[in-house]
Write a protein that binds this ligand. Structure first.
Ligand code: ZN
Length: 279
């Protein structure tokens, strides 16, 4: 199953088209994409009975699939070669920080560049579908509603400032968390643990990786986090980025006004960000 948030309404995405969930279900399910994660299993069963789309789906009208999560987790240094380009040994435990909800946008957006060094990080974003406490690794996927594509856009100077750097603010300027275009349930993938992902700036490929190279897999992250905190339906986990960020290049390369950042994840879709100058 694929779902999307189109102008604040929940849509079931079928082929190139869509179905408005509140209308098609006679308001059994709310129009708000936010509400669906509390009833995700019931919703999936209903959605399986809907076979044909009756309206167009345009990614440029989409918003983030889970627009108001209770919590947002992001994982740093989760690919060996990205840890290396960042100057670190591979972590032995997940490196966890947050991005703030005010940074969210849909999959097609303008990003106003703040002062500093703005960088790209394509990531699989896992959305929680069932309340999770102390989940064993082997059951981790059972608590995931689905996956979407996300960019963990990062202003490196603020991210790395201070005696004990706190990543959250440097990764949370407005528009620094584009997501979408759809949420895809794990059963839709041939192998949800091995997806190709990458990004390009102005057509030049910068990142190209496979999620099988993650140090901590999606189920491992669900297990690790849920052994400390409760995970709620709709919560997000940005799962970390493969190598090829601008900070790790020689010389470093960052985003400038006019740049076009194109990101993709196999089986999910594409993100398109246009960088614009701050006025
Ligand atoms: Zn990241």
């Amino acid at each position: 199953m694929r779902i999307a948030n189109v102008k604040g309404r929940l849509k079931l995405v079928i082929g190139d088209g869509a179905v408005d969930v509140a209308k098609a279900s006679n308001a059994r399910f709310d129009a708000s994409p936010h509400a669906i994660y509390d009833r995700f299993d019931e919703f999936k069963q209903w959605a399986a009975t809907i076979e044909t789309a009756d309206e167009a789906f345009a990614a440029q009208d989409a918003g983030p699939p889970s627009p108001f999560p209770t919590q947002v987790f992001a994982i740093g240094l989760n690919y060996v070669d990205h840890a290396a380009e960042s100057g670190f040994q591979p972590p032995t435990k997940p490196v966890v920080f947050t991005k703030y909800v005010s940074a969210f946008s849909g999959p097609v957006s303008d990003v106003v560049l703040p002062q500093g060094s703005v960088d790209w990080e394509i990531e699989v974003v896992a959305v929680i579908g069932t309340i999770a406490n102390a989940v064993p690794v082997e059951r981790g996927w059972d608590f995931v509603a689905g996956l979407t594509a996300g960019q963990d856009i990062s202003e490196r100077e603020l991210q790395r400032s201070g005696p004990a750097p706190q990543f959250g603010l440097g990764k949370s300027f407005a528009g620094f968390a584009p997501m979408g275009p759809v949420l895809v349930t794990p059963d839709e993938f041939d192998n949800a643990d091995d997806l190709a992902l990458g990004c390009a700036v102005n057509g030049e490929t910068m990142q190209s990786g496979q999620t099988r190279d993650m140090i901590f897999s999606v189920p491992t992250l669900v297990s690790y986090l849920s052994n400390v905190v409760t995970l709620y339906p709709g919560d997000l986990i940005f799962t970390g980025t493969p190598p090829g960020v601008g900070m790790g290049r020689t010389p470093p390369r960052y985003l400038h006004a006019g740049d076009r950042l194109h990101s993709w994840i196999e089986g999910i879709g594409d993100l398109h960000q246009h960088c614009v100058e701050r006025r």
